[in-house]
Design a protein around this ligand. Structure first.
Ligand SMILES: NC(=O)c1ccc[n+]([C@@H]2O[C@H](COP(=O)([O-])OP(=O)(O)OC[C@H]3O[C@@H](n4cnc5c(N)ncnc54)[C@H](O)[C@@H]3O)[C@@H](O)[C@H]2O)c1
Length: 296
């Protein structure tokens, strides 16, 4: 049985563990959190999983590593130094980082050729995409092997041609999220209506066609050229930027709208997962593993 070491048992690590476990991998989870045993028992029940706070021990003998620890360069540098020292030289060391450059994570690391970004969208067990982002030192073999593993898990790995902060998915997401915050701060719309507006328009559209294809269709038979010349050319307004100092007020509004804590999280995550599962197959994505157990 192939062995995967998952580094970090937070939101992303647990979901990766479920995905690898359901695909028949032996999973080792490493995290210093004191409730690690409890998390594994409650959220990864029925899978072949062991857990330890000792990262070196968890990495030793692994065939693939998927890191999902804190999004801090200094922490990732340390984790990857330990991973480099305790894995065979054919083992891919993939980071789930949302925006950090692989070249920065791999700086000074003797296994820089094995370090690659394998960035999922949350939750990795349901969302098809994994962005595979090589740094300048990442070997072609590492990229190929990571791509092969993600594809075998039923994911859709998309390889970027070169590294860029935030990669592609989160650069696009940041533009939309910043504008959503700006519009709430400007009093144009409230949190719930903004979410409903997106679900009823851009979300549904982008589940079926991408922005460029949408441009082609929006222009009718004359295509995107027509749309750009006749419609997009008139959108000359400034889009503004959110006020970072006012972010707390927006967060208060989000919390008032959706609640906080475990019960709210369980309810919202359950609804999201149910809806996501319902559309994956009709949209042509591979069926994800069955859900079991709580996720908190
Ligand atoms: N949350 C998301 O939507 C999302 C999506 C895609 C990618 N990511 C990326 O995945 C990674 C994990 O994010 P998350 O949201 O699961 O964070 P999280 O805070 O939920 O979990 C991080 C876990 O890492 C553990 N940890 C701390 N130090 C550690 C160490 N030295 N060794 C092992 N584990 C350690 C923490 O105890 C915690 O359980 C980040 O790099 C993040 O950017 C997050």
């Amino acid at each position: 049985m192939a062995v995967v070491t998952i580094v970090g048992a937070g939101v992303i690590g647990v979901s990766w563990a479920r995905l690898f476990g359901a695909a028949g991998w032996e999973v080792r989870v490493s995290d210093p959190r004191p409730d690690l045993r409890d998390i594994v028992d409650r959220q990864l029940a029925g899978l072949s999983v062991t857990s330890t706070s000792d990262l070196a021990a968890a990495a030793s003998g692994a065939d693939f590593v998927q890191e999902a620890g804190p999004e801090r360069v200094s922490v990732k540098e340390k984790m990857f130094a330990t991973l480099a020292a305790n894995t065979r030289d054919d083992v891919v060391l993939a980071s789930s980082s949302s925006s950090l450059l692989p070249s920065v994570i791999a700086q000074g690391n003797p296994a820089a050729d094995r370090i690659v970004i394998g960035h999922p969208f949350n939750p990795p067990e349901l969302m098809p995409l994994v962005e595979v982002v090589p740094g300048p030192q990442t070997s072609a073999r590492t990229v190929d092997r990571a791509t092969e593993v993600y594809r075998a898990l039923g994911k859709t790995p998309i390889r970027l041609k070169k590294e860029i902060p935030g990669f592609v998915g989160n650069r696009l997401q940041k533009v939309v999220d910043d504008q959503a915050t700006y519009l709430v701060q400007q009093g144009v719309i409230d949190v719930k209506d903004l979410d409903d507006l997106v679900r009823a328009s851009l979300g549904l559209r982008w589940a079926t066609i991408g922005p460029f294809e949408s441009g082609v269709l929006g222009g009718g038979p004359e295509g995107m050229r027509h749309l750009v010349e006749h419609v997009a050319s008139q959108m000359t307004f400034e889009i503004g930027e959110p006020d970072a100092a006012g972010m707390n007020d927006v967060l208060d509004k989000v919390e008032q709208t959706y609640g906080t804590g475990e019960a709210a999280y369980e309810r919202l995550a359950g609804l999201r997962d149910e809806r996501t599962r319902a559309v994956l197959k009709p949209l042509g994505w591979p069926e994800p593993p069955e859900a079991d157990g709580p996720r908190d």
